[in-house]
Design a binder for this molecule. Structure first.
Ligand code: SF4
Length: 226
């Protein structure tokens, strides 16, 4: 399996924010979001090939019960199911971080952490934008993901205008638990995060959606591997 990086940190986002976790970042993502903060993981040849048993051993070497499989886009990886299965054999709590662009059945993960992409993530480059727009919102896949897995939905908010699109997307998916819908500030650095947090907190108050922190940006200014 192609691994972009593995590191030990704390979960910065979502309902498990603050929980020490081992991160396994898989290589490859077709979306190329404008503000992506892990561009190095876009290319599926980034990083190195690591066999699943070795990933399991590296995770096991950490005294940590929580694993986050992230990317890139984990749901496009053929070996994802086998990796989750191996990690569950050692009783890890497994979160999958995904943009929700496809549905994969029968994963034994504990939490599907879905960040559906809005129009604020469209790349500037026309060719990349075409691919992004074609793939970014797969409502059918999102419906299946939330029906089949314990989930949280994290929407990246760049401006107050995004809230209308978030509401539309939620309605289109339908049947969501509002307590699992989160708003997080779009930011690739600490200064921007602090600047946008008050705006997003205000939107949370207006809508009742949960404010989603991004502790990795606040604590480490989004430095790679933190
Ligand atoms: S889906 Fe995630 S990894 Fe892929 S480009 Fe967007 S932010 Fe980056």
């Amino acid at each position: 399996m192609r691994i972009s990086e593995m590191f030990y940190s704390i979960q910065g986002e979502g309902l498990l924010a603050g929980v020490p976790s081992v991160f396994v970042r898989l290589s490859g993502c077709p979306l190329r979001c404008r503000w992506c903060d892990t561009k190095y993981s876009w290319d599926s040849s980034d990083g190195e090939d690591v066999v699943l048993d070795e990933i399991q051993a590296l995770v096991q070497a950490r005294n940590c019960d929580y694993v986050v499989i992230t990317g890139g886009e984990p749901l496009i990886q053929a070996e994802l199911g086998d990796l989750v299965k191996l990690l569950k054999e050692t009783n890890k709590h497994v979160t999958i971080e995904t943009a929700g662009i496809s549905f994969v059945p029968d994963l034994s993960c504990d939490l599907m952490s879905i960040s559906p992409k809005l129009s604020n993530s469209i790349p500037d480059d026309n060719k990349l934008a075409e691919v992004h727009n074609r793939l970014r919102l797969n409502v059918e896949a999102l419906r299946k993901l939330v029906s089949n897995y314990a989930y949280q939905l994290k929407f990246v908010v760049d401006s107050p205008e995004d809230i209308a699109e978030i509401q539309e997307t939620i309605e289109e998916i339908g049947g969501l638990d509002r307590a699992k819908i989160m708003l997080m500030p779009q930011s690739t650095g600490r200064e921007e995060y602090i600047e946008k947090s008050a705006m997003v907190a205000e939107l949370s108050k207006q809508t009742g959606f949960v404010f989603c922190p991004r502790l990795q940006i606040l604590l480490w200014d989004n430095e790679r591997g933190t």
